[in-house]
Design a binder for this molecule. Structure first.
Ligand code: FCB
Length: 467
């Protein structure tokens, strides 16, 4: 490990920190093969959007459209990671994190005709080579929402052809980066791409139509299914999977109507993605919730989508309490007096445990799981060079305990990635919402390690010392 990284570790003396984080002695998190890492995504951290031949993405277009992103923020500079990647890797290694989940930007690595962009590819080669040298396990997400704008101009995920273009992109990346990646995740959160991007328009490309959402989802999942065998052929030694955001829906009462509402919430958030991937079929209840929205599915598509996975990535943030809307759907019934984060999301670690145990019961072929994102936003401030993010420390501890409970109930969970390594561009919320365990001053790009990061480091150091 380079000197500068060890300096970070040494500065964090276990004795000097009162510790509200370290898991109890019987926690599975002490097992060394349970990976603990952090996650980021290209558009949220890289900046340099016009450099080295990068083409515009749908998020460049969306964030430049007035009224779409809070305070008019864009990813133009973000955390300037494209230029600061070396010191950011040192920071990650210095924190003792064992794994890093990052994403590659499609518009950086290919032009409109599919011709590789060497400079963009070299950036990821350098980055992944350095991570490997540092002994950090890598998970690379191929699509964390930055679709090339020229593909959106031809219909984006509503155009079946985009799935085939994605397969070409996956082919290029897995040929170029073979041997440097431990795990490939095809897509991040297809629910957000399909529903927020094409269903309600809160995310890029900002289109809003219920039928669009189900068709976009089908093409996203098809893209995933087409890519998996390509990744296997080009890079046989790595794991292949996908990352899904999942939502816990609880019923506001015992009434049959509210119970049904909670069921439909989870169908819309979870089964819509997991059923096609793991059962090869869309849940029919979805089309009761959203009548007349069945996507156009061609022969063989569902088999392609259900290609066997080596892992399933699960992103979890909060639960939603719902009641019947009096018709065929659900409506939110937010509870009073519960703990919430800066996003307004309810802190509910049991939801993570219950979902994991539920999936284990529902899907006979559930692959091993990584928690690929979990974390929270708070209005963190630097005071005397320190950031005391005590709500985050408690949040992480409780969610890791929920993961431990799920493991003890028999769910195979291989690791956990905090969202996020550092504060970054939080999509429609811009830079106001801080999810990092490292604080970023966007004026100076100074990184300040928050107390949560110190405590994660302390735990990892202790775990390592136990051998
Ligand atoms: C997830 C996204 C991630 C981040 C977190 C807070 O939905 O995958 O990029 O924005 O939410």
């Amino acid at each position: 490990m380079a000197n500068d990284s060890s300096a970070v570790l040494d500065a964090i003396s276990p004795d000097s920190i009162a510790d509200p984080f370290t898991p109890p002695a019987d926690s599975s998190l002490w097992q060394k093969n349970f990976l603990l890492g952090a996650a980021t995504a290209s558009y949220q951290i890289e900046g340099a959007v016009r450099e080295d031949g990068r083409l515009p993405s749908i998020w460049d277009t969306f964030s430049a459209t007035p009224g779409k992103v809070l305070a008019g923020d864009t990813g133009e500079v973000a955390c300037d990671h494209y230029h600061r990647w070396e010191s950011d890797v040192d920071l990650l290694a210095g924190l003792g994190l064992e794994a890093y989940r990052l994403s590659t930007a499609w518009p950086r690595v290919m032009d409109e005709a599919g011709v590789p962009n060497r400079k963009g590819l070299d950036f990821y080669k350098r980055l992944l080579t350095r991570l490997k040298e540092k002994g950090i396990t890598t998970m690379v997400t191929l699509y964390h929402w930055d679709l090339p704008q020229h593909l959106e101009d031809r219909g984006g995920w509503l155009n079946r052809d985009t799935a085939y273009r994605f397969a070409e992109y996956a082919d290029l990346m897995s040929r170029e980066l073979t041997g440097l990646v431990d795990a490939w995740a095809t897509l991040n959160e297809p629910w957000c791409s399909a529903y927020l991007g094409y269903g309600n328009g809160h995310h890029a490309p900002g289109r809003a139509n219920g039928r669009y959402a189900t068709q976009a989802m089908h093409h996203l999942l098809l893209a995933h299914g087409l890519a998996v065998p390509i990744l296997r052929a080009n890079d046989p030694d790595s794991q292949k999977g996908i990352v899904a955001n999942v939502g816990r829906g609880t019923a506001n009462s015992d009434s049959a109507a509210d119970q049904r509402a909670a069921h439909l919430f989870e169908v819309q958030h979870n089964a819509w993605i997991l059923d096609p991937l793991l059962k090869g079929a869309y849940p029919q209840d979805l089309f009761e919730l959203w009548p007349h929205t069945e996507p156009l599915v061609l022969e063989g598509d569902m088999e392609t989508i259900a290609a066997p996975l080596d892992f399933l990535g699960i992103n979890y943030y909060f639960r939603t309490n719902v009641e019947s809307d009096g018709a065929h759907g659900f409506t939110e019934a937010p509870p009073e007096g519960v703990e919430r984060t800066q996003m307004g999301w309810e802190v509910h670690p049991d939801g993570l445990r219950d979902l994991l145990i539920g999936f284990h019961g529902t899907y006979a072929n559930l692959p091993p799981i990584y928690i690929t994102e979990n974390g929270m936003a708070s209005d963190d401030k630097v005071t005397d060079g320190k950031v005391d993010d005590s709500q985050r420390i408690s949040f992480l501890k409780r969610h890791l305990a929920a993961v431990d409970q799920a493991i003890k109930a028999g769910v195979k969970i291989r690791g956990y990635f905090l969202w996020s390594l550092m504060d970054n561009f939080e999509w429609a919320f811009g830079y106001e919402r801080r999810f990092g365990i490292v604080h970023v001053d966007y004026g100076t790009q100074k990184r300040t390690i928050k107390r949560s990061a110190e405590l994660v480091t302390k735990f990892l150091k202790e775990r390592k010392a136990r051998g």
